[in-house]
Write a protein that binds this ligand. Structure first.
Ligand code: ADP
Ligand code: MG
Length: 315
């Protein structure tokens, strides 16, 4: 791409500085100073047009989301985000598209003091790959394998909003604006993840669907979980848009929520609420870790609730 260097220059002009970036965009690789005594946490996620977002999604929303999903992964480890890299595959080296993309990407980066330190720019089908890097104190990472029998299962925020927006988009009906923002501009729960490190036993971010992702915690921990389907937190927008049966499916298995699902001992309930509570964000108890190695959902009458599918699978 002949315009490749122009595009890189446009990106370089706009990136924020951090004192631990010894050398950022412009050399063969970035030089970064990991704070003494900290562990480096690294995550990578790719977004492909037509697979992870509708092709007509606004460039700024693609920019926001491509970083958000990576910060969400760092957050689910209890890490403090610091740096990121960006690989852009573009059908045309269009400066206006890149400018729009950066508007969203850098707005979220600024909010969490994340520096873009390098990347790659190529011609090809529209695809965005981001890596995010953060720090955690040794022994303090929130892993998937720490859940214990008797733990409460918690989730931050509300579930099902993003999947609801996607369902409306697929149907071709008008998309509720509150729901659309949850789909296009997910908020990584960075402060909650940091506050939970040292408190929660296990944690995952909900990307593929609650039951599916909670299943990953259970599998890694050698335990199971009972989930109260009617305890899953729902936004007013979701409640007013879908009937109960559809809402349950969207909340339990819709995915794209980027909320944190975590387990913690019963005797730290108050501490968990204090740790997560900030602005409008709350944590809700949705179930219990059990010995039986399966994830089951129940309604208020204690009847088993069986979803049609448990999460998004690519293959
Ligand atoms: P090289 O050929 O040595 O890999 P490139 O020409 O690909 O170098 O990149 C030049 C510099 O620009 C590098 O520092 C690289 O990290 C940075 N860079 C390239 N593309 C991007 C991008 N999309 N976002 C951020 N930095 C980028
Ligand atoms: Mg080189």
């Amino acid at each position: 791409m002949s315009a490749e260097f122009d595009l890189i220059a446009r990106i370089r002009e706009r990136v924020a500085v951090r004192s631990d970036v010894v050398l950022g965009i412009g050399d063969d690789a970035a030089l970064l100073a990991v704070p003494a005594g900290m562990q480096l946490v690294v995550a990578m996620d790719t977004l492909n047009a037509g697979v992870h977002f509708p092709a007509e999604t606004a460039p700024a929303d693609i920019g926001w989301k491509s970083l958000a999903v990576n910060l969400s992964d760092l957050t689910a480890m209890g890490a403090r985000p610091a740096w990121c890299t960006l690989s852009l595959s573009l059908p045309e080296g269009e400066a206006a598209w890149v400018d729009g993309f950066l508007d969203g990407f850098l707005a979220l980066a600024a909010r969490h003091d994340v520096a873009l330190v390098g990347g790659d720019t190529t011609r090809g089908p529209l695809s965005v790959c981001v890596t995010a890097h953060g720090f955690v104190e040794p022994g303090k990472a929130l892993r998937r394998d720490g859940a214990r029998v008797g733990d409460d299962v918690w989730v931050t925020g509300t579930l099902g909003d993003a999947a609801a927006a996607l369902a409306q988009w697929r149907k071709g009906t008008a998309i509720d604006e509150t729901l659309r923002v949850r789909l296009d501009r997910p908020e990584p729960r960075v402060a909650a993840g940091l506050a939970l490190s040292g408190l929660a036993h296990a944690c995952i971010d909900v990307s593929d669907g609650l039951l599916s992702d909670l299943g990953h915690i259970c599998e890694a921990s050698g335990v199971g979980a009972d989930v109260e389907i009617d305890a899953l937190p729902a936004s007013p927008a979701l409640r007013s848009t879908f009937d109960v049966a559809t809402r349950r499916v969207l909340q339990a298995s819709g995915g794209d929520d980027y909320e944190l699902c975590f387990t913690a001992a019963v005797d730290v309930r108050d501490a968990i609420e204090d740790a997560v509570h900030r602005d409008d964000l709350v944590a809700t108890r949705i179930g219990r870790i059990v010995e039986a190695r399966r994830v089951s959902a129940f309604d208020m009458q204690g009847q088993a609730w069986v979803p049609e599918k448990t999460g998004y699978a690519h293959f």
